[in-house]
Structure formats: C-alpha cells, structure tokens
Design a protein around this ligand. Sequence first.
Ligand code: GAP
Length: 512
Amino acid sequence: MAQDDVFKKIVSHAKEYGFVFPSSEIYDGLSAVYDYGQNGVELKNNIKRYWWESMTLLHDNIVGIDSAIFMHPTIWKASGHVDAFNDPLIDNRDSKKRYRADVLIEDAIAKIDEKIEKEVAKARKRFGESFDEALYRQTNPRVAENVAKREALHQRFANAMNAGDLEELRQIIIDQEIVCPISGTKNWTEVRQFNLMFKTEMGSTADGAMTVYLRPETAQGIFVNYLNVQKTGRMRIPFGIAQIGKAFRNEIVARQFIFRMREFEQMEMQFFVRPGSEMEWFKHWKEWRLRWHKALGLGDRKYRYHDHEKLAHYANAATDIEFEMPFGFKEVEGIHSRTNFDLSQHEKFSSKKIQYFDPELNESYTPYVIETSIGVDRMFLSVLCSSYEEQELEGGDKRVVLHLPAALAPVKCAVLPLVKKDGLPEKAREIVDDLKFDFTTHYEEKDAIGRRYRRQDAIGTPFCITVDHQTLEDNTVTLRERDSMKQTRVAIADLHKLIHDQVSLNSLLRRI
Ligand code: GAP
C-alpha cells in the first residue's frame, strides 16, 4: 500500500477510535488545530509522564516548573522572537493562496529526489540480486543529471536562506517554474517575512492595553525563572529545569495532520552548564535522548540524527532527532547548544544580574545552556504511525491492531464476560474493581467476544481478560495478549503482577 494511503488510514483510525479529532468540527473545523479524544488524551498523558519522569525521577539535578503562557512582552524582544521569528511567505495572485517560499522550494527538491529514487527502484527490479546500487547511482546518466540538478538547487536555496535574501528565494521559484497547486499559475507576489507569534491584548483598552504574545516556545519561561529555581532549589551547576506546556505558532503551511499545528505542546529541558563544558554536555544529551526514544521499542532503524549545518546566531551546535513517518524522516526533537545567549539577553533587557557563583572556581559567570526540545504531538504521531498494522489472520480474517508500547497504551486491560448472564458480568466487575486502582481498565459485555477483542486491538489494549463459566469454579480467567493473540489460563490472584510487569512505566524507564 502506498505510504500516502497508509497515512490517510492512520488519520481516519485516530478519529474513529477517539484518539484525535479535528478542532471545532461541527463548525467545519479550524485549520491546523486538533483535539485529543478519550483515548488520545490517555496516550498523550502517558508520553508526557514517560518524558517527565525520565527527566525528574532519573536525574537528581533536574527539577520541573510550570510557567504561565502569558509573559512580559519584552521577553520576546530579548529572545529575538519579535524581530526574527519569521517565515518567508509568497502569495499567488490568481488563487489568492499564501505559501511558505522555503517550503515550495523544498517540495521542488523533494520532487527531484523522488525522480532519482524511482529510477533506482526500477533498476533494482530490473537487475535483481546483481544490482550494485552505489555504482548505478554514480554512472547512470539520468540519475547523475538529477543529482547534479538537486545539488545545485539545494546550494542556491541554502545560500538564499542563510543570507535572508527574499528576492533570490522568489527568483528560485520563478526559475524552477513552480506553479501554485490551486490555480496552476506562476503569478507570484514578492516574498515577505511573516512573524509566527500570535498577539493579543492584556487589560482594557481604556487602561492602555498591552500587547502580549502567546508563547511560541516554553523555553523562555525556563530562562526567566532560572534565578528563582537556582536560588530556592539551591541548585548547583550542572543542573536542569524541565517544563511541559502549550506553545503557539501561526504556521502558514499546516499539513500532515498533527505534525505541524498552530497550537501544540512541547517538552523542553534547559541544562545549565559551566562555559567550556557545553560540547561535552551536548554530546551527552544527544546520546541520552536517542536512548530515551529507542527504549520504546518502535524500531531502532526508524531514528536518525540530522546535524544542523546552518546554526542560529546564538547556537554553537544543534542536531535533530528524526523519525521515519509515513511521509519520510521528519524532526521530532531538537537538541541545541544555546551558549549563554538567552540568559545574557534577559540580563541586558531586564537590567537584573543573572549569573551563577561557582564555589569550585570561586567565580561568577553566565551559565551555558544545552536544550532538549521535543514536540508532544509529533511524538504522539510517531508512536501512532509505527504502531498501526493491518493484519491478515489465518482463516481469512483481518484485524487492525495498534502495537503501542504497553506502558503508553491508553487502556491497559479490558475485562470481558464471555456471556451477559450466569453471574459472569458480576464476576468480571469484581475483577475490574480490583484492577482499576492500578491500571486503566475497561469493562465490555456487548457483542461477540471476537468483536470485543478487535475493538481492544484497535486502541492498542495490551491485555484482554475473559471471564467464563470455569472462572466461577476455580477463579481463573483467560489472559489474551494483544500482539501474539496468545491466550493463557491464569489465576485471578496473579493478574496484577502479570499485567504490571508488562505495562509499568518503571520497566520502560529502566530500559533507557
Ligand atoms: N525551544 C526550541 C524550540 O522551540 P523548535 O525546533 O522550534 O525548537 C522544538 O521546536 C520541537 O517542537 C520540534 O522538534 C517539534 O517536535 C515541535 N514543534 C515545533 N513546531 C511545531 C508545530 N507547529 N506543530 C507541532 N510540533 C511542533
């Protein structure tokens, strides 16, 4: 099945089974804004818990905060967001549609990549076992021509972006003969910079309202609380501050479902270190964060690093952790060495001394910062996409199953009386009443047992517990495992331990 079709199926599965709904749907939706349903919110909370506990429980030098979304507007001046948090935009005069100029060019580059890959795939099929892919890529004239075209375009694009040359971006669009997907014309306006922050007003207009911004990242809430936490927590460098919270960006190109949203959630940790030690810590966090991802067991080959060639003016190293989504490898997390830029800027703009006295060195300095920044929604999408499977079963039956990491699954176990009579529902309820204190437990008695299993598979429930007539005699049940569909007879008294061993966050944390 084409990856596009798989992705469409995942999006509709997410809606059908209460994971993600389009926002304001009964009013025809609100572009790039989504709501999480009854199963989605549980999965999302479990992802957040996994991240939070990995930071604050496993590290005695990392503490959390929860700062307000509204902050003093000067914070965004100091951080550079007011002046430089922009996307280059271009309008098509015929369709009146607005696009990100950089994305139009990236799409053109991706089209050349597709041509190259198609050519290689055709040759692989033609030559079979004896196919030498590296040699073919070097020697086939059509492939070589496209590779050269791609490299030249990529270089020109990178130069224009680095120089902030908006005219050159427009010229690339003209030269590449890029057309508007709606009108099909090349009738483009100039390229303009567009700030991504949402603005609103605080206070009544009569009092003189102040323009405030919805935060575009949670990190600044950490920087402006650095001194509060360091002093009240008596923190010694190196130490970290973690935060989970909403962020808002007026994204113009909103696509790929919850991958790029206007309201999303971030999990960020700023790690404050001694100047000069930042590269060592950057390496540490780069490796540690990848271990955190891999511990989920979604497949080690689905991750790769993407080191940034072009660094923001305040960074001296940056890398992304990319995950293989159905639409290619995409950024899920960024790890940045942000130098002392943010703290120094806040010191300058607030005129407050923001320093650390290092008792070992007997000197004060502005700490350097390593940041790990991951989007909750992108993490959610990567977990959902890699867990989704349509399976053909023996006997021609089919099922859709979500192989979610058990510790993240929204529902841990479902208790199902085989029939709705003979005291089986009552016995099943007794089991629920015991398990519900430790696990999210569902009770279901409607429909044939097979259909109930399928419904639980579709939301990724790791265990189904079936109560039958034998249960009334010997206090045993069948425990059905989601992935293997294997059923074993176990004592009710053993259920708690059997389930806990598989679904606890603790076991996931120990794997990092
Ligand atoms: N404080 C650094 C920072 O915000 P970023 O690379 O702009 O860095 C970090 O964002 C992470 O936030 C990204 O790796 C991504 O997972 C998530 N993210 C950014 N913009 C997003 C959007 N529009 N929708 C969903 N997630 C987004």
